[in-house]
Write a protein that binds this ligand. Structure first.
Ligand SMILES: [Zn+2]
Length: 485
């Protein structure tokens, strides 16, 4: 009788904990309570559409440039100014002074202006030492093309040497010029090779009669940068043709917006009416301050795209549950050559029962965790480290750039906040099994103890001299009891 009861207790206990283990596996592990990495969003913060602006021939302060840069900055539209870095006075009508770095620095400091290279002296390719005709004002006068190195690497060094670039274009002491704007839309295969070698990622062409372009350019693996970048429309009234009707400009933006494309507005500011209430004012009102649009300068748009399509970052994870830690890393050479300070948006799938998410990040394994700012789809923000959640779609969009202090970013996505440096461990599968086994032993031992007590009180004969027996005697007694008829 006693033996049967004991055996039954042991069997039932085991069954109970095995069932618990299976239940834990099925319910908890099948729908893991932890974030899963999905990939990089096509656009920052998973925005619907992109607006970028490129502006040709910046040299010094003119009323057109002043009005243009003020308007775009006031409306928070990021833009890329193509600077001629060693300007020969007179090459372009209306520009009659040399390159004014103080003026350019002022606008860079306002936070919405990126500087692109537009060569040193705005000549046609080939840059082979022969002179290029000074075609605009003094027909028949020739200016030097010098060399590819001088035009392409030299102009980049002029920008880096004369300006202090903001954080998005920096990695420690290094500074970057990502965008090249072709003078006269003129380029050749040698220029393309030099562009790749000098660390440019984007080369914007100029084709006044080409159809509107709303897409990224493809990667050119031979030269190590993107193929020539097109644009959606030129705003203004230059002699080679542009668009100056607000309706038709707005329509081109809508095509990009409706199709999730890139609206790339081009302008030669000298040929645009920037007056209040004019077409430029109306159109820039229409395209600005939208929370579902990513406003980004051209070079940074392509830096982001490069990270995405060239698989520049690698994501791995350790731990589980909400203590799972994601490690995003970049190759040291890529980091040094291109910086990648601009935030990249990593997409995570989050458990369907998470109603809040806390995202923490740090740049080194030993640093304290930093709570990332959380933004909503109602907020206007671009190019900041931020997290945004879509709890209907169970997605977290985590935007974070690399820092000066490491080649990695660590992330944690949790449903409860971190309270201290002590990270609480959630039970794992093996943890639950260990609990089950220990509990089985405890239940079985208690059952034996209670039954033994009961049998003693009822006068049943037991070959036992006391309870304070050593463990080996206890075992012996247990076996003897169990096998007694
Ligand atoms: Zn130009």
């Amino acid at each position: 009788m006693l033996r049967k009861v004991l055996l039954l207790a042991v069997v039932l206990s085991l069954l109970f904990y095995v069932t618990c283990g299976i239940w834990f596996d099925m319910i908890v592990l099948a729908s893991p309570r932890e974030a899963e990495y999905v990939g990089i969003a096509k656009y920052y913060d998973n925005r619907k559409c992109v607006v970028t602006v490129s502006l040709d021939d910046l040299v010094h302060n003119t009323s057109a440039w002043e009005n243009c840069l003020s308007m775009l900055t006031r409306k928070r539209i990021y833009h890329t100014a193509a600077v001629i870095t060693n300007y020969t006075v007179g090459v372009i009508p209306g520009l009659n002074r040399s390159t004014d770095w103080n003026y350019i620095q002022y606008w860079v400091n306002q936070g919405f202006t990126e500087v692109a290279s537009h060569s040193r002296n705005h000549v046609h390719t080939p840059y082979d030492g022969r002179a290029d005709k000074w075609i605009i004002i003094n027909r028949g006068v020739w200016i030097p093309t010098v060399s590819y190195e001088w035009q392409i690497n030299g102009s980049k060094n002029d920008i880096i040497g004369n300006l202090t670039l903001p954080a998005w274009w920096r990695y420690g002491e290094r500074e970057y010029v990502y965008a090249w704007i072709e003078p006269y839309g003129s380029c050749d295969s040698t220029a393309r090779r030099w562009l790749g070698e000098c660390g440019y990622l984007c080369d914007r062409g100029f084709r006044p009669h080409a159809p509107p372009d709303y897409d990224f350019a493809a990667w050119d693996s031979a030269n190590g940068l993107f193929s020539t970048v097109g644009y959606s429309v030129e705003m203004g009234t230059p002699r080679w043709g542009g668009e100056s009707s607000p309706q038709s400009l707005n329509h081109k933006f809508e095509v990009a917006y409706d199709n999730g494309g890139i609206y790339h507005l081009l302008a030669h500011p000298t040929y645009v009416d920037w007056s209040e209430g004019g077409y430029a004012d109306q159109h820039t009102d229409y395209i600005s301050n939208r929370t579902d649009v990513w406003y980004v300068p051209l070079g940074l748009l392509y830096l982001y795209h490069w990270v995405d399509v060239r698989n520049v970052t690698h994501v791995s994870s350790t731990g589980s549950g909400q203590n799972k830690v994601f490690r995003i890393s970049i190759d040291e050479t890529d980091h040094e050559n291109y910086g990648v300070s601009y935030p990249i948006t990593y997409v995570f799938k989050i458990p369907s029962d998470w109603t809040t998410v806390y995202v923490y990040y740090r740049y080194r394994k030993t640093d304290p965790w930093i709570l990332m700012e959380n933004k909503s789809s109602e907020d206007f923000f671009n190019g900041v480290n931020a997290s945004r959640f879509d709890l209907n779609d169970h997605k977290a969009y985590v935007s974070v750039g690399f820092s000066d202090i490491s080649h990695e970013v660590y992330l944690q996505l949790r449903y409860t906040p971190l309270e201290s440096t002590q990270v609480e461990e959630s039970p794992t599968r093996f943890g639950w099994w260990a609990v089950g086994i220990v509990a089985t032993v405890v239940v079985a031992a208690t059952a034996i103890y209670l039954l033994k007590l009961k049998s003693q009180r009822s006068g049943m004969s037991l070959r036992l001299s006391g309870y304070d027996l050593p463990w080996n005697r206890m075992c012996k007694w247990n076996l003897q009891t169990l096998f007694e008829p």
